[in-house]
Design a protein around this ligand. Structure first.
Ligand SMILES: NC(=O)c1ccc[n+]([C@@H]2O[C@H](COP(=O)([O-])OP(=O)(O)OC[C@H]3O[C@@H](n4cnc5c(N)ncnc54)[C@H](O)[C@@H]3O)[C@@H](O)[C@H]2O)c1
Ligand SMILES: O=C(O)CC[C@@H](O)C(=O)O
Length: 467
């Protein structure tokens, strides 16, 4: 069943990416389950199993305690998988990333241009989370590195955490619990409320905002939301035209926007000024969205009756590390406030979410490595071709990532023109274009010629030949 599988890939500087020798006769005998089978039941028995190179040469680095479901899928491919519990400091990351073809991260590992510059062999990044703000997506695309994430596997977990925090803040639960842990009996009702009949203001009405909207209405709350795009309301929720209108109209404000230049310090002194006296703020989006010193001030003055914060501008690399003023200058100030729930970025941290994310992202990584599909990529055009079948033994799949400039397709098709192009798909996104072509009647001897001819085109970012 398995076709010869030793494909040369060169990175932008011409260094060999996976194996130094090009030996088309290498045919790994280990069994291999094509990830395409998990995507489509139509492609069961006769799918040709494409692989880019000896799978045991593929080096995968997983950071930040990626769920075992994801680790298992990648190990089953035969890849070499190293999984670490925490993220790495920049200098260690730079050393490690030089070697690997695939990296999996969560929210803490910063894959900046400075780090990615050293990632000469890297072909794909998996963000085992929703947010992708920790990756320089543009740099990655221009270096021919695809980036995948899991757009909604933990949305429900975040929404449920926020619901629990709304009630916990309204009833000052965290303070009462901490007091009793210290042996202090403090039975109070002053400043404690039911949530029924109160208004929840959701900023960012996407996957999480939507879920939250439904849950909040089920508890008898009214829901208003603010978003930069016009969106259909869930239930009887109402979209408001400005952030100011939302802040003025809500008893609880919860933030669910991505980290963007526009959302930086979106809630600061001016915005606290618009909020109702005695209202509450919840931030489980990104740490940069709230100006924390302004929050401290608003809570000290009594304007804000309570807050729940799950995310911070600077977060420790792993469990057991200190959250102190070396990390964030205001850390000690936060600790002194009453009715403030501080959680260590656990919005998406449930068994359900993490195992679903592990499967989703690892499947996407394997499908990209083995078949070149960019479906679901966040920084590349989405391109896919139906699988080659076992009846097509002399077919080869060309992946050509190139600069989006005029004339490239003509030149690529001149190279491919010696063969029959069975199917081809190409699309662009910004400065980068992605071409996939399945060509037939290719002899083993033709493969390196094809590869070298495509590599020699001035427009190339990265060439891969899968067979
Ligand atoms: N705490 C956690 O563990 C955790 C877990 C998952 C996601 N998150 C964070 O939550 C964010 C939101 O997640 P999601 O899945 O709901 O994202 P989403 O993309 O589905 O929704 C985000 C919404 O925000 C809106 N938006 C963007 N910029 C805006 C602005 N300036 N003002 C108002 N609205 C704006 C968008 O139009 C969109 O509707 C993620 O980007 C991630 O950073 C945190
Ligand atoms: O698991 C994480 O580290 C990040 C969770 C969340 O912020 C996300 O972006 O999905």
């Amino acid at each position: 069943m398995s076709a010869a599988q030793n494909i040369p890939t060169r990175n932008r500087d011409g260094a060999s990416a996976v194996t130094n020798s090009f030996d088309p006769s290498t045919s790994p005998s280990q069994s291999f389950i094509s990830p395409s089978q998990s995507f489509s039941h139509r492609q069961s028995v006769s799918t040709k199993q494409l692989k880019p190179f000896n799978t045991q040469d593929v080096k995968v680095l997983l950071l930040e305690n990626i769920n075992v479901t994801g680790q298992d899928i990648l190990r089953e491919q035969g890849y070499q998988v190293e999984a670490l519990k925490a993220s790495l400091p920049e200098h260690e990351l730079i050393e490690k990333i030089k070697d690997v073809h695939v990296i999996g991260i969560r929210s803490k590992t910063k894959l900046t241009a400075k780090v990615l510059e050293h990632a000469k062999n890297l072909i794909v990044i998996g963000c085992f989370c929703i947010g992708t703000n920790q990756v320089d997506l543009n740099y990655a695309a221009n270096a021919g590195i695809a980036v995948f994430n899991s757009p909604f596997s933990n949305s429900r977990s975040v929404a449920e955490l926020v619901i629990s925090e709304i009630i916990a803040l309204a009833r000052q639960l965290a303070d009462r619990s901490m007091e009793l842990h210290k042996g202090i009996w403090n039975k109070v009702s002053a400043g404690c409320w039911e949530v029924r009949g109160k208004t929840l203001g959701i900023v960012g009405y996407g996957h999480i905002g939507n879920q939250l909207s439904v849950l909040a209405e089920a508890m008898g709350m009214s829901v208003i939301y603010y978003d930069v795009v016009n969106l259909m309301s869930m239930g009887t929720a109402k979209q408001v035209p400005t952030l100011k209108a939302l802040l003025e109209g809500a008893d609880f404000v919860t933030l669910h926007v991505p980290e963007l230049p526009e959302t930086q310090n979106m809630i600061s002194t001016e915005q606290f000024g618009y909020m109702r006296k005695g209202s509450y703020l919840i931030n489980a989006s990104r740490g940069t969205v709230v100006d924390i010193p302004a929050l401290v001030e608003a809570m000290r003055s009594g304007k804000i009756a309570g807050a729940a914060i799950d995310v911070y501008p600077n977060e420790p690399a792993g469990n057991g590390e200190y959250f102190n003023k070396e990390l964030n200058a205001w850390a000690e100030d936060l600790r002194t406030l009453k009715n403030l729930i501080l959680t260590p970025h656990i919005g998406g941290s449930t068994e359900e979410a993490q195992s679903a994310i592990g499967v989703e992202v690892a499947d996407a990584l394997a499908k990209y490595v083995n078949e070149g599909s960019t479906v679901g990529a966040v920084n590349m055009p989405e391109v896919n071709l139906r699988s080659l079948t076992a009846d097509e033994p002399n077919h080869v799949r060309i992946i050509y990532i190139h600069k989006n400039v005029p004339g490239v397709l003509r030149r690529v098709n001149e190279v491919l023109g010696e063969h029959n192009v069975d199917k081809q798909m190409t699309d662009s996104r910004g400065d980068v274009a992605y071409l996939m072509a399945d060509i037939s009647n290719v002899n083993q001897g033709d493969i390196s010629n094809l590869y070298n001819s495509l590599e020699d085109l001035g427009s190339r970012v990265r060439t891969r030949v899968l067979y």
